[in-house]
Each structure stands twice: as C-alpha cells, then as structure tokens.
Design a protein around this ligand. Structure first.
Ligand SMILES: Nc1ccn([C@@H]2O[C@H](COP(=O)(O)OP(=O)(O)OP(=O)(O)O)[C@@H](O)[C@H]2O)c(=O)n1
Ligand SMILES: C[C@](O)(CO)[C@H](O)COP(=O)(O)O
Length: 254
C-alpha cells in the first residue's frame, strides 16, 4: 500500500498524509547569469516543473507547496497552471525568503492541518526518481523523525583551513574516513512536528533541514540516495541533466 490513505505507523488507525515543500526561491548564482535557476529549462520544461512532477509522482504525496522567488509568485502560479500535473495532487505557491532556510520556513508556515509527514525537496534536484521519494516516506512512516537520502563519496575529502584569497593554498587539517561519509540529497523527510520545532528553535546558518533536527538531539537516518538526484548547481550539471533526460526518452521509446 503506498497511497495517502495508508494507516499510520503508530497503529492508531489514523491515516498519514504527506506534503512536499519545494524551496525554489534561489537565484542560482553558481549557474551564472540568467533567469532564477528553478525557472531555467531542461529539455524545454522549467526545472521547477520537473521537480514538482518528481514529488507528485509519489502516490503518497497529496500536496506540493512551491516556494517561489519573492517577486515571482504570479509567474510560478501561471507555470503550474500551464503544465500537466497529476489531478490527485493539490498545489500551493508562496513567496520565499533570503536564505534556503527562510524559504523552507515560509513553506512550512503555509502547510494546512492534516499533513503529518513533510518532505523538503530542492527545485534544483529535478530528476530524483520516485523510488527514492517513496523510500524516504517509508522510513519516516516506519518511525524515524528525520530521513535523508545520501550516497557514498567517490572522492577523498580533506578538511582544510580555508584561505582568505581565492586560489591560495589551503593547509589540510584532517582526512575524514571516507567510508563513514555520505553526500546528502533531497527529498529529506520529517515528522511534521519535528521539522516545525527545528525551524522554530534552531538558529544559525545550516545547509540542510536534517542538520537542524540533529541540533535538537533527535535521530536522523540515511537511506540510499540516487545518482540522478544530483543538484544542478554549476553549468556542467545542466549538461548532465540534459543527458539523463535524453537517456530516459530513449528508454521510454519516444
Ligand atoms: N533564498 C533561497 C535560496 C535557495 N533556495 C532554494 O534552495 C535550493 C537549493 O539551493 P541552491 O542549489 O544553493 O540554489 P541557489 O541558492 O539558487 O544557488 P546559488 O547558491 O548558486 O545561488 C534551490 O532549489 C533553491 O531555489 C530558496 O528556496 N531560497
Ligand atoms: C539541502 C542540500 O541539497 C543537501 O545536499 C544542500 O545542502 C543544499 O545546499 P546549497 O548550497 O544551498 O545548494
């Protein structure tokens, strides 16, 4: 059973309902000049629409909240109306904030009652497969307060003393044991109360939502991520994303 009427893991008989918040309010500075990153096209369709479809592809997800660039809410609403999306899913659009963290909070503040599981998914990870989304939801349903998809690293990682000037040599401080490291992706999944509490109480800069839950002292678990869930960050990532889409079209036979 994978639809939204699935009984809750607590055995109370109350159905679990899942919503996805998609922060899409970033500029995409590392991608270079142009439209806000989420609105740039991949195979002719805005990256954001790919990301929305990736969340709505899960039969467990019945609401998608898109956090739009602050001045782009009407444009994003028009985009959602103009693209085919599953009818069983509801959609909301809210304006974002200065940081990813603030944008996620804006999305959470707009979450109606009745949703007890929340996914947070970067618009910049447009190609995450539905199996990864479902695996995250399943682990939250099984009782983990916070779940992140992640992959082992291919490179060795060094901790350095960051240089003041770009390009200057940086002294190495340590080499963490690679086998214990994971590169974290999205969607990250949470019990709603856990994520709301994290966003209400944790201050200071973070780079993902799960680390806020870690700061509350609660357990965060990792499930296998997927190489196609990579984040479009730099220009070369656009090339990779187009190649993945071309391979999918070939496999689908059109
Ligand atoms: N103020 C912000 C900043 C980021 N994001 C979103 O957070 C996700 C991950 O952020 P990242 O890839 O860093 O996107 P940008 O901030 O747009 O990229 P850059 O740092 O290169 O400007 C993206 O979907 C982005 O739209 C957001 O909603 N609000
Ligand atoms: C949330 C995230 O995608 C997990 O890897 C990542 O931390 C976002 O970082 P960004 O620098 O804001 O892209």
């Amino acid at each position: 059973m994978s639809d939204e009427s699935r009984p809750s893991p607590s055995g109370t008989g109350t159905a679990t309902r899942t919503a996805a918040v998609i922060p899409a309010a970033g500029r995409g500075v590392r991608l270079g000049p142009g439209a806000p990153k989420a609105l740039r096209a991949l195979n002719g369709t805005p990256m954001l629409i790919h990301a929305v479809r990736a969340m709505a592809a899960s039969r467990a997800v019945s609401l998608v909240i898109v956090v739009a660039p602050p001045d782009g809410t009407p444009e994003v609403k028009t985009l959602l109306d103009a693209h085919a999306l599953p009818e069983r899913t509801d959609f909301l659009v809210v304006p974002g904030g200065e940081s990813r963290q603030e944008s996620v909070k804006q999305g959470l503040d707009a979450l109606p009652p009745g949703y007890d599981i929340v996914l947070v998914h970067d618009a910049a990870r447009p190609l995450v497969p539905v199996d990864t989304v479902d695996a995250v939801i399943e682990a939250v349903r099984d009782g983990a307060p916070a779940v992140v998809p992640a992959l082992p690293l291919a490179d060795t990682v060094k901790e350095v003393e960051p240089a003041d000037a770009p390009g200057a040599p940086e002294p190495v401080v340590a080499t963490p044991e690679r086998a214990r490291l994971r590169a974290v992706q999205t969607p990250q999944g949470f019990h709603r109360e856990t994520l709301v509490r994290a966003h209400e109480t944790v201050t200071g800069e973070v780079t993902d939502d799960a680390s806020m839950v870690e700061r509350l002292g609660l357990g965060v678990v990792v499930v296998p991520g997927h190489e196609e869930a990579f984040k479009v960050t730099r220009p070369l990532d656009l090339v990779l994303a187009e190649a993945v889409l071309a391979r999918r079209r070939l496999n689908d036979g059109f």
